[in-house]
Design a protein around this ligand. Structure first.
Ligand code: AMP
Ligand code: GLY
Length: 417
């Protein structure tokens, strides 16, 4: 394993490129298209990440040994299929398997077939079906756009009119039962047969402190989860991850890549809220700060059907906390083009992972997206990791930006009490 190409331009891709650049087995890291953060640890290449033939041609030209596709959109568009057809090992599921994320109705069907516990749901295409489904489950109402919506297609509300209005704006929706309980993001690397779960993380989806305001792509994350049941990973591997991987293999569309289970730990047991077909953002920024297993070999094993022979994953005992700095206006239309200062003011135990950034004509790093960057802090426990992350954030300046101040706060307080 020598050369790796990461496809994407967000924080997840910066975190992947950084981890790959630290892997002694990797000689070159390339990112397409990348961002100013990835340019510091890899070589960026302009490419339309939805253009499979262009991505495959770049991989062949660079003679990479592995392509890692970061975001869901190219996976759902079949870019991994095109790369593999060009003879290059690719970490990321086929278009057929990525439907697990691309269509919530498809995911529900797979879960039903595999016996995976999830919220009861109705797939609706007409207003009458929506009304009947809302009636069936009662408030709080959960209405999900069936297709990809960058984390913003879900409305959870007590307001029936809001639920109806959201459904009216979508072609097909999934209306489902409300799941009560803490949420956990559990990721597994899989080659389509063998499943290797990572450690659990928790994501903060709502834009404001104390979970106020609308859903976002994720405002922060931390790992490990000191409050989670000790058998959570083994339990979810046995009841969710392996059965789902087995069901997709049985259908002739094996899922090889990163299977992301968004879980609710309800009073009645673990339930799947959603599946994603790629690393979560910003959970990945926190998780990769703790993963000691060299990343390239792990992803290459998953891409080449050899995961069963790969050693167990090893983790730092440190905690990691990622806090997102968002541009004013997010998750609506974010303000962009403002200079970010303080990026070079390092704080021990921290890293700045860039996401929605660009370089202006004077070479300065400016905001260019809703989630601009994440600061990852590591430390002996969550309190120490939080302190490091927030200290570094305090030294960053971006006009009108904001961040949540409570990422990992209650878990950190519980850990030390
Ligand atoms: P999703 O895109 O399906 O992950 O949904 C985004 C967020 O909406 C989740 O992380 C939850 O916070 C919330 N959510 C989704 N489905 C449910 C549900 N059935 N019950 C409660 N909250 C939900
Ligand atoms: N952090 C949630 C996601 O990546 O979908």
């Amino acid at each position: 394993m020598q050369r790796v190409l990461v496809v994407g331009s967000g924080g997840r891709e910066h975190a992947l490129a950084l981890a790959l650049s630290r892997d002694a087995a990797v000689s070159e890291v390339h990112v397409a298209p990348g961002n100013p953060g990835t340019a510091a640890v890899a070589t960026n290449h302009p490419v339309d990440l939805l253009d499979g033939p262009a991505v495959a041609a770049l991989a062949v030209r660079l003679a990479v040994d592995l392509v890692v596709i970061g975001p869901e959109a190219p996976l759902v568009a079949g870019v991994a299929d095109v790369v593999r057809a060009a003879g290059v090992a690719c970490f990321g599921p086929s278009a057929a398997a990525a439907q697990l994320e691309g269509s919530k109705a498809f995911a529900k069907d797979v879960m039903a077939a595999a016996g995976v516990p999830t919220a009861r749901a109705h797939v609706c295409t007409t207003a009458a079906e929506v009304a009947a489904a809302l009636e069936d489950f009662g408030p709080p109402y959960v209405v999900k756009d069936d297709g990809l919506a960058a984390g913003k297609g879900v409305v959870v509300t007590h307001d029936r009119d809001e639920a109806v209005a959201h459904a009216a704006g979508c072609d097909q929706v999934v209306v489902e039962e409300f799941l009560d309980g803490p949420e956990v993001s559990l990721f597994a690397v899989t080659d389509g047969r063998c499943v290797r779960a990572l450690q659990p993380a928790q994501d903060f989806k709502r834009v404001g402190d104390s979970d106020a305001g609308p859903n976002t792509g994720g405002m922060g994350a931390y790992t490990p989860l000191p409050w989670a049941p000790l058998d959570l990973v083994a339990d979810v591997t046995a009841t969710v991850l392996q059965p789902t991987v087995d069901e997709l293999a049985r259908r002739g569309t094996p899922f090889a890549g990163l299977l992301y289970a968004g879980l609710a730990l309800t009073g009645r047991g673990v339930r799947v809220i959603e599946f994603n077909a790629r690393f979560g953002d910003p959970e990945t920024q926190a998780l990769l700060a703790r993963l000691q297993t060299p990343l390239a070999g792990l992803l290459h094993a998953a891409a080449t059907g050899t995961l069963a022979g790969h050693p167990e994953l090893t983790w730092s005992s440190d905690a990691a906390v990622a806090v997102v700095l968002a541009a004013g206006g997010y998750p609506g239309t974010p303000r962009s083009g403002d200079v970010i200062s303080g990026l070079d003011d390092e704080v021990a135990g921290t890293a700045v992972i860039q996401a929605g950034t660009a370089t202006d004509t004077e070479g300065r790093v400016v905001s260019a997206g809703g989630r601009v960057l994440a600061v990852v802090g590591t430390g002996a426990d969550l309190t120490a990791a939080r302190e490091a992350a927030y200290e570094r954030l305090g030294g960053l300046h971006l006009a009108s930006s904001f961040y949540r101040t409570d990422i990992a706060a209650s878990a950190a307080a519980a850990e030390r009490s």
